[in-house]
Design a protein around this ligand. Sequence first.
Ligand code: NDP
Length: 323
Amino acid sequence: MRAVVVERLGPPDVMELRDVPIPQPGPGEVRLRVEAVGINFADVLAVAGEYLTRTRVPYTPGMEFAGTVDALGEGVTGVEVGQRVASLGGRGGLAEYAVSPAAALVPVPQSFTAAQAAAFPVSYFTAYHGLKTLGHGQEGEWVLVQAAAGALGTASIQLAKALGMNVIAMASTGEKLELARNLGADVTLLQDDPERVQKVREAAGGKGVPLILEVVGGKRFQESLDMAAPRGRIIVIGNASREQATLRPVELMKRNLTVTGLWLMPLMQDAEATREAAQALTALVGSGKVVPQVGPTYPLAESARAFQDILDRKTTGKVVIEP
Ligand code: NDP
């Protein structure tokens, strides 16, 4: 089968398309015929060797993908060959076939295309945990969504609106802000607007924003502290700037701020939190309020270009690769 292989870490062009053996599912695993792979910023960082966990090479990237179950490993129950599923936490998605633990499968709503199914798990579960599980967002409250036109950003806007919250969206271009408005953002602001701190505080009623989904990091993290309302909650989800940030705890004390880290992978091991998020998301998908925003799609042979386009901030929605 064809698969993308990374032998040494680096920029996206280290990814090569090769012929490799079809993987066999081990005990508790299933094999999927891959139809669509959702590409996360985390995949780009992993290929560069800059992700939260060490990337071991050689490997095939792709942790989030959708397809049809094609073979079952020993001891797998409750899944059938031919069933359409998505995997969150499988391995080697950028290939014609990939293996996933059965426990990492997410049911796919009938209404979703393969690309939508692959665009769903990471962004929507992360957005839910940011807004609700850890962010404790309430109906009528303001939330600031950074990188608002990206995969997580578009998911966060949709979910926040579906949950009755008011959204301030920030992004780097006017086109990206237009997408945010189309998804329901109440206020939009260019990320480099010189008066952004003041404007965000005013938009949220003058005292600042009670909830911030922080994904840029670096010097922007200090700005998030400045934009937060007294007793505000800042959920640290990403560091797209790839710059270091500093935090002086006394600043949190002065305004009773809370800074909470969010990493989806370990949070998925929390069965209760995952069940609660899945229930809420299923209901919102069923009501038609939540529709994954599929961005540009690329063939497997153009995976490196897809990764480079994410790094160059050219994409909106979830980038999808279709083997
Ligand atoms: P996106 O599709 O949103 O792409 C990344 C976005 O980050 C771009 O749209 C761009 O938005 C912004 N960005 C890129 N480079 C820079 C830069 N140098 N400085 C400032 N902003 C930049 O990717 P994802 O949805 O996959 O991820 C978004 C963020 O959320 C990432 O930081 C990612 O690591 C994080 N994340 C974390 C998860 C977790 O479990 N903690 C799970 C999912 C995502 P713009 O051009 O508008 O600035």
